[in-house]
Design a protein around this ligand. Structure first.
Ligand SMILES: Cc1cc2nc3c(=O)[nH]c(=O)nc-3n(C[C@H](O)[C@H](O)[C@H](O)COP(=O)(O)OP(=O)(O)OC[C@H]3O[C@@H](n4cnc5c(N)ncnc54)[C@H](O)[C@@H]3O)c2cc1C
Length: 306
């Protein structure tokens, strides 16, 4: 665990997020294991912001006051227990997906190439190709803000499309996750993983080089106005979003729902652009897009709901 409280400007949220945006963290503690997270949360007296890989966050240029705790590890912490798999929330999701493929376990190959941690993925019920990690979750070990731990079965987690009860303010941290993964065919899983990684490389920006948090808005739940269409990117493209730009922020040329930010751009640029994009869809289709990316910290004129 590393704690750098003496130099408040030492850690910028830009260095902790794939958008590479965001001002200083008031205080920062980095935790790689459940034990480190338990100590950090107990010392924090319940007042902190938890992040994982920072791949679903837009943090304000002013930064975040108070304590930021990161729970993330580049060393996978994965164990097989009977028919189930137990993985720490700090483990990178793609490391878990790669491991499951090599073990010949099905159910997580769809997470191949999704950045961030297992904890962040379960909190947001991440997924792709119509599947989500909540479908495979048996239970989670939670760390409550008062420092106590409890096991919560998946049924209590309120999983829905890109949603869980663990996104509410004051929600507990996910220390570890228990998953049920059916046996699969290793060769077929390897081929599927390669196919998914190639698809992502062709259609998405490479988050290791390009500042982005992936899809900015959630896909649209079917309604009479939406008809059968669901991809937010389709509505955005039809509404002219691909031609929009605010400062350094603009949609990725191959995918109107992915906002990228050029060097020198700001978090305010991204938020302003996203509001312009959402307004265009509202005016064209009468649909209110909802953000998938989580917005943290103060922005100019407050922050419009989306
Ligand atoms: C190029 C790109 C492609 C992407 N593709 C996809 C995709 O196909 N499908 C998809 O679903 N998402 C996708 N994403 C979004 C993102 O990667 C996922 O939402 C990811 O699961 C977020 O995990 P994280 O660890 O980065 O969370 P963070 O961004 O760090 O945090 C997100 C939220 O999770 C909470 N959180 C983080 N860790 C924990 C924990 N241990 N316990 C409790 N709460 C926690 C945070 O408090 C915060 O509210 C993509 C992003 C990028 C940049």
């Amino acid at each position: 665990m590393s704690d750098r409280p003496d130099n408040p400007s030492a850690v910028r949220m830009a260095d902790l997020t794939t958008f590479r945006l965001g001002g200083p963290a008031g205080r920062f503690v980095d935790c790689a294991t459940p034990e480190e997270l338990i100590s950090a949360v107990r010392a924090a007296d319940g007042v902190f912001r938890l992040i994982g890989g920072g791949s679903n966050l837009l943090v304000s240029d002013a930064g975040l006051e108070g304590l930021v705790i990161r729970y993330r590890s580049e060393t996978p912490q994965i164990a097989i227990e009977g028919d189930e798999v137990v993985v720490s929330g700090a483990t990178l999701l793609d490391d878990l997906a790669a491991w499951s493929v090599e073990e010949g376990l099905d159910g997580l190959v769809m997470c191949s190439g999704i950045p961030g941690t297992v904890g962040g993925a379960v909190a947001g019920n991440a997924g792709a190709f119509g599947e989500q990690i909540g479908d495979r979750t048996v239970s989670v070990a939670l760390l409550l803000l008062n420092g106590t731990c409890e096991i919560m079965p998946a049924a209590g987690l309120g999983f829905a499309y890109r949603r869980s009860a663990l996104q509410q303010p004051g929600a507990p941290a996910i220390l570890s996750v228990r998953l049920a993964l059916p046996r699969g065919d290793r060769a077929a899983l390897r081929a599927r993983r390669e196919e998914i990684l190639a698809l992502r490389a062709a259609k998405h920006p490479d988050w290791r080089r390009v500042a982005t948090a992936g899809s900015f808005f959630k896909n649209v739940e079917p309604t009479s106005v939406a008809g059968r269409r669901q991809a937010a990117g389709w509505f955005l493209e039809q509404a002219g979003a691909l031609a929009m730009r605010v400062g350094g922020a603009h949609p990725f040329e191959k995918h109107a729902n992915i906002v990228v930010c050029d060097p020198g751009g700001t978090a305010q640029d991204v938020l302003d652009l996203s509001q312009r994009m959402a307004a265009a869809v509202r005016e064209t289709f009468g649909l209110a897009l909802k953000r998938e990316v989580r917005v943290l910290g103060p922005f100019r004129d407050g922050e419009a709901p989306a």
